[in-house]
Write a protein of this length. Structure first.
Ligand code: NAX
Length: 327
């Protein structure tokens, strides 16, 4: 058995936390030979609810769960953390302008970035789930000068998984037969779920579906799936979001499958003409805990337009948080 690693989770008493913590404790994220110490951060009023979640974690009797810390102090939650999943965020409320939303989230992600910079493991892998995830990741990253910017990522994996399942349903082929799916850009309605490289049982996906379905059905269904779930369930996606977070971290820690790739929101290095520094969804492979952008893909005119539109939205968000002095 390996030595335990420390996994920090923020917003741990929330909906996503309620699924996520149990998946991490069970070994789904880091493997069945990897004990974990959970370091859970919540706002002070939610600590009581969190203590109930901790009782349930204890009652799970997970052999890999080597300890649980609960706190309302980021400096405690992130101390020596090897992995940090930043789930807690300020949701958009009715009538809230984007500037208000970004400013409220700046109040969360700036101090969390600073705390990670000071006390986390020097190799910490950070995943931001809380929305607006890409720009929250940028805020945390820009306030963590002692860490490598590449250590900060945002979650587009739920969109990636939604795209796999939509294509699977359309073609009648299992999800496992689908390779090389990509979500480019922002985790928002401007995201671009790209089938141009995707294969189903080795056949190009775009030979199996028509362009009209791709443009008018597939892309909007994936991009608006979150709203459809709120409409049906009365609350936003939680278990599927937790599952996607587990997938993202597992692949980052343990590597991607040969001959395939996954989508991660990562700092752009300028690849594919994406403005440098934006936290943007790219196709990536992972080896030895390091991700690399898949290079050399042909970008059609259709793809170019979609990729630029979502980049433009992220540039606007970046300009807004710059103006607020958050980055
Ligand atoms: P909940 O409102 O159920 O839980 C959020 C929790 O975060 C609450 O318990 C709250 O007390 C806590 N929190 C707030 N500020 C905090 C702080 N400064 N430090 C620590 N904890 C804090 O939301 P939930 O459904 O769990 O969703 C969490 C976030 O994930 C939201 O921002 C949501 O929009 C986002 N999502 C992101 C997705 C993605 O694909 N990137 C998909 C699912 C989800 O919508």
């Amino acid at each position: 058995m390996k030595n335990p690693v420390r996994v920090a989770v923020t917003g741990a008493a929330g909906q996503i936390g309620y699924s996520l913590l149990f998946r991490i404790a069970s070994g789904s994220m880091l493997g069945q030979d990897q004990p974990v110490i959970l370091q859970l951060l919540e706002v002070t009023p939610a600590l009581k609810a969190l203590s109930g979640v901790v009782m349930e974690l204890q009652d799970g009797a997970f052999p890999l769960l080597a300890g649980v810390v609960t706190t309302d102090d980021p400096m405690v939650a992130f101390k020596d953390a090897d992995y940090a999943l930043l789930v807690g965020a300020m949701p958009r409320k009715a009538g809230m302008e984007r500037g208000d939303l970004l400013s409220a989230n700046g109040g969360i992600f700036k101090p969390q970035g600073e705390a990670l910079s000071e006390v986390a493991s020097r190799n910490v892998k950070v995943l931001v789930v809380g929305n607006p995830a890409n720009t929250n990741a940028l805020i945390a990253q820009q306030n963590a000068p002692k860490l490598d910017p590449k250590q900060f990522t945002a979650m587009v994996r739920l969109d990636h998984n939604r795209a796999l399942s939509q294509l699977s349903a359309k073609t009648g082929k299992p999800v496992g037969s689908i390779k090389k799916m990509t979500i480019w850009g922002n985790h928002s309605s401007t995201q671009y779920p790209d089938l141009s490289q995707t294969t189903v049982d080795g056949t190009p996906a775009l030979e199996l579906v028509d362009q009209a379905w791709y443009e008018s059905d597939f892309i909007p269904t994936v991009a608006k799936r979150g709203a459809a779930i709120i409409e049906a369930r009365g609350s936003s996606s939680a278990a599927s979001a937790a599952s996607a977070a587990v997938d993202h971290m597992r692949d980052w820690a343990l590597g991607t499958a040969e001959g395939d790739w996954v989508s991660m929101g990562i700092p752009s290095d300028g690849s594919y003409g994406v403005p440098e520094g934006l936290i943007y969804g790219f196709p990536v492979t992972v080896k030895n805990g390091e991700y690399s952008i898949v290079q050399g893909l042909d970008i059609s005119e259709f793809s170019r337009g979609r990729m630029d539109a979502t980049a433009h939205e992220l540039e606007e968000e970046r300009a807004a948080v710059r103006e607020l002095g958050l980055v």
